[in-house]
Design a binder for this molecule. Structure first.
Ligand code: F6P
Length: 529
């Protein structure tokens, strides 16, 4: 019923200019912005008015978002397909209320796990844990993929101004080229290797880890273990890999891979940034949790970000969403959100096993401004496909003196783009342009302004998007915390591998196209000059 009302509403307003909403409501900015704890979210440049927003909030209430939210924070097994709780929030707030799993309080255990990896990070930074020759580690390789890569990689890059520890490198792809290019520039005598895998079974990670372990062993022999550690919740598997017990950093099974940056998976970032900065990152996440749990819907950042997303994708039918941080160090943020959102909500089967009849979330993509302006912005402004854009920008950059003007240009460009998307050429009074120069405008965007990209602000942003994904998932009635859709391809790759590795291997059950591609691969291999 409520979905029908929203669809009806979108039809009614489809030809309305967003700019007209400002003319009809002098308080629009007060109503369609949220300022909270140093963040300012402006969603006034969307076609949402008060009655639409009421409908959207009514939708969230009708789906019991508030109740599910409490179930998540209190450790109920809301990831029902895997019979697990969802408690990444506990990783950033062990001092909060006791959380019980099977009647056992787990806060203390989580705090101890946090202390262990953060102390290790400090010991590496301070030179209390040294290489086999007694020198400080200069480089660290984090081997992991998906959440075991994107989280620490994104955070380490975003917080470069705070990074004063060893250099951190990330190895994720099973492509041997990445391993080759990375190891050729590093010295095993001064490199620490972290194997980061929640399950410790992921093909890419285990294959790369074996390769890098051999690279270490070639130089360090039996002492290679002194340059390795593991992060996983599969302790036994790490032991089988000869990782010494004291070098295994664990976290709970109730922390999903794409939500794991708060846990020991953040070790590489903590080595780069130090314990205090990593704890500031936690502080930011924790404060967003508190806001999410207590703020009324219309002033609640994750709630409104989610409802704007629902409006654009499920109601208006816009099938993609661009994430555009105007901050070069946020280079990996769109990739991070891509996994967070698409692996969480790219599903159709609902809690009750029926299928959703709406789009199952947008394609998430993006990149940093201003680079994107010279690449895909043409499409954003003049194609006939509407892509809602989410801009993020810091009021200040970290760089001082002559580089400050760069940041002024950065802000000016960011604000210019959202203005141009909304107003088109009308705002310039250029109604008589040839068609090819015309910008119709009326394209929705949101802007999230923060003061400066500090560890605490980044923590707020990551938690904001985590909760946004949660709200969208609850409204759609899907389990955001499993990822069964990645299994089929993984299994097939294992089945196809022998035929690639050995030309004479016979396998049945493959499609004609697959058989042909396998034989073409062998034919090409034999004909490389
Ligand atoms: O792609 C599936 C997935 O399980 C992700 O959810 C996860 O982040 C990634 O693989 C890595 O998993 P692991 O940490 O267990 O190696």
């Amino acid at each position: 019923m409520i979905w029908t009302a929203l669809k009806q509403r979108s039809k009614e307003v489809s030809n309305r200019r967003i700019t007209s909403l400002f003319e009809g409501d002098t308080d629009r900015l007060a109503s369609f912005t949220i300022e909270w704890d140093g963040l300012y979210f402006d969603y006034s440049k969307t076609n949402i008015d008060l009655s639409t927003r009421n409908l959207l909030i009514h939708l969230a209430n009708s789906k019991n978002v508030g109740q599910y939210r409490e179930s998540m924070f209190t450790g109920e097994r809301i990831n029902f397909t895997e019979n697990r709780s969802v408690l990444h929030t506990l990783e950033r707030n062990t001092e909060g209320p006791e959380v019980l799993i099977d009647s056992k309080a787990i806060n203390k255990e989580v705090q101890q796990a946090q202390n262990r990896f953060l102390s290790f990070a400090e010991a590496i930074r301070e030179g209390q844990v040294l290489t086999r020759k007694g020198t400080k580690f200069i480089d660290v390789i984090n081997i992991g993929i998906g959440g075991s890569d994107l989280g620490p990689k994104m955070v380490t890059k975003a917080l470069t101004p705070y990074a004063d520890g060893p250099r951190i490198h990330f190895l994720s792809n099973i492509d041997g080229a990445q391993t080759f290019d990375l190891t050729k520039g590093l010295d095993p005598e001064t490199t620490l290797v972290i194997v980061a895998s929640k399950t410790f079974t992921t093909l890419e990670t285990m294959t790369n880890a074996l390769q890098v372990k051999n690279w270490l062993t070639d130089s360090l022999g039996a002492e290679a273990g002194k340059h390795m550690c593991a992060i996983s919740n599969a302790r036994e598997k790490c032991l089988e890999w000869d990782i010494p017990e004291e070098r295994i950093y664990t976290f709970g099974e109730w922390v999903g891979g794409r939500y794991s940056i708060w846990s020991a998976i953040g070790l590489s970032a903590a080595i780069a940034l130090g314990k205090d900065n990593f704890e500031q990152f936690h502080e930011g996440g924790k404060s967003m949790d508190c806001h999410f749990r207590t703020a009324p819907a219309h002033g609640n950042l994750p709630m409104m970000l989610a409802l704007v997303g629902i409006w654009h994708n499920q109601i208006c039918g816009y099938s993609t969403r661009a994430i555009i941080p105007y901050e070069e160090r946020m280079e990996y943020f769109p990739d991070y959100l891509q996994q967070l959102e698409m692996e969480s909500n790219g599903k159709v089967v609902k809690f009750d096993q029926s299928e959703i009849e709406l789009p199952s979330g947008p394609v998430i993509w993006g990149g940093t401004g201003t680079n994107g302006q010279h690449a895909y912005f043409q499409h954003l402004h003049q194609s006939n496909i509407i892509t809602p854009c989410e801009f993020l920008i810091g009021a200040r950059g970290h760089e001082k003196s002559n580089l400050e003007t760069h940041h002024d240009y950065l802000v000016a460009n960011c604000l210019a783009q959202s203005e141009a998307l909304m107003c088109g050429t009308l705002s310039e009074g250029k109604q008589n342009l040839p068609n090819y120069r015309n910008f119709n405008g009326n394209r929705p965007s949101t802007t999230l302004l923060y003061k400066i990209l500090s560890p605490r602000v980044l923590g707020q942003l990551v938690a904001l998007y985590e909760h946004r994904v949660f709200v969208e998932g609850v409204i759609l009635g899907i389990n955001s915390f499993d990822q069964w859709g990645v299994e089929l391809g993984k299994g097939l790759a294992q089945k196809i591998y022998p035929s690639i590795n050995d030309k004479n291997h016979q396998e049945s059950g493959f499609s004609k196209s697959l058989v042909d591609l396998i034989s073409k691969t062998h034919e090409f291999r034999e004909n490389i000059n």
